[in-house]
Design a protein. Sequence first.
Length: 648
Amino acid sequence: MMVNGQEYKICIDRDEEIMDVVDRLRRTPVRDVILVVPQHAMLLQSGVNLKILAYEAHQMSKKITIMTNDEDGIALAQRAKIPTEQYRGDDVPQKTAFVQPSHTELPLRRSITHDIAARHLQQPDTQDHGRSGSLQQTPQQDTQQRHSAPSHAMPQGVRATQQFVRPSQKPLSNPSASVKGSQPQHRVATQLQQSPSSAQRVTARKEDRRAMQPPSAARMRASQESLRGDSGPKLQHVQRGTSAARAPQHGDSEKHIASRKPRIVAIGLVVAAVVVLGLVTLMIFLPLSHITVHPRHATIDDRIDITARAEQQGGDAERRIIPARVIDRDVTFTKTFAATGRGDAGAQKAQGKITITNTDSTAQPLVATTRFVAEDGTLFRLANAVTVPAARNGEPGTVEALVIADKAGADGNIAPTTFHVPGLSGTAKKDKVSAKSDAPMTGGGSGGSDIALVTQDDLAAAKASTEQETAADVESQITALLRPDVEILLPTALRMTQKQSEADVAVGTAQPEFHYTTTTHVRAIVFSQDDVHAVLQSIFAEQLASYGVVDAQLSVTYDDGDADFDASNVKVGVHVTLDTVAHVDHDAFKKEIIGQKHDALRDIIERNHMTGIEKITINRVIPQFPAFIANRVSPIGLMTTVSVEKAH
């Protein structure tokens, strides 16, 4: 903002603190203000000061600009988002006026004082003396400069301003300006006589000026009085040499160091607080632990009697009865033997074994010499009488039988084929009884001398051997009919009745080998192992619950049993072994141990989990030192995991 055609500026002292600057800014009646700040001023030593200044100016709705030659201060001000402006020597006449907004005229003495302050801002540091562009002036130049503009040339209401000329590059040579000893020469400001009218105006408007002056007005007045001294309104000589510049610089350095001490202390306090907070956090959260719970194991041994019945539809745990399945069928076992006799024989008839099938619901008896005709018309006759079983459960009845060719000779040696029964033609069973051979017919020939003959001893040995092996073969065939790993057949639940035992040749038959066949009727009672387990689990369920068992491995063995084939049931003794694992509520256990020391966990287990927990294993992950952290469970649930060991 321009006041009476000039910008409103506030000159800031080097040692002026931020709160004084804010107070002066608050008491300034205009919105746009330029702060004229010298180099190394306390205001420009801290970015925090400038941020506070920017914040306060924003709160007061004031627009501020900092005018300074302090490069570091300019950088800090720009970071605080405060506009900056370089203070150039040729800007002094236009930018150093300090105008009160409510007055049209101010004393010359104050104008000159501000000009001196402005010149002080323009003066470089001690280290910059002698460089090109420095603002050193000789007393003669200063005097000429001050008297170059007469006071009567100023218009009414405009304050006199000090004119400056860019300093010469020549060193100071005025011997009268030298100081005592070896100190450097100093510039001397020209004395200006203030007019009496100006002094009267100062006296008349003294109180008004004090009311409108910024907070540093007292220091400005003190500076003016020190400049005037005892000579009244005249300005005293002001020394601005090298030594004068060094003293403020040294003082500013001490103040800068002093201003940094609170910041160092604050940083130290913050670091200490972070360390303490980290230690407290470690004590609260750590350690990170994994705890494995080993549940208690127990073994149950017992013997239970269970009855398997064919008519039972489902398992009955209370009566201990389970369903049974009955197997009732004829099983044929055939074995081949070699003929040991030798001798002369006439023409031989071919012979072999066929399988007779009956699909009718009634059995079909067949007498010896019953005719079977092959597909090629060769006639064979049944060697022995047989009965073909009736079909059951959709499966046809079958029986193996020996047939012999009707005529001797090699024509009877035919390949495997099918046969029909001519004697059943014209009856309902014509298509229900048939036969087939799985091996070629052999033995047919024209006869000769020294050929193999079947002897009586051969047939007797074949009968004994076949009947001895029949039981094992029948049991093997019945076992093949069971559902693997499910149905159980006890030895006492299998009954075998032999129905037929014969050779397929007669004594004196001329052939190198013959077959001996047994037919056995089998009745077996079998039961399901799954039904046994279901009944046992129901029986032991209450006992397992009382033990708090969550898992149990069941194993059983069976006695021989007592079978009743007429009633189609079998009683069996079952030996039971249960390997049990106790149930552990790991969520509840975790809540109990949170925040507890390891020494206290044993008491918790003995007090609340004696029947369920055998032991626990603590695996510390982070950390294992120090002991006051590592030897306890973290009070934070997320830092502790509890798992239950699986049963093997």
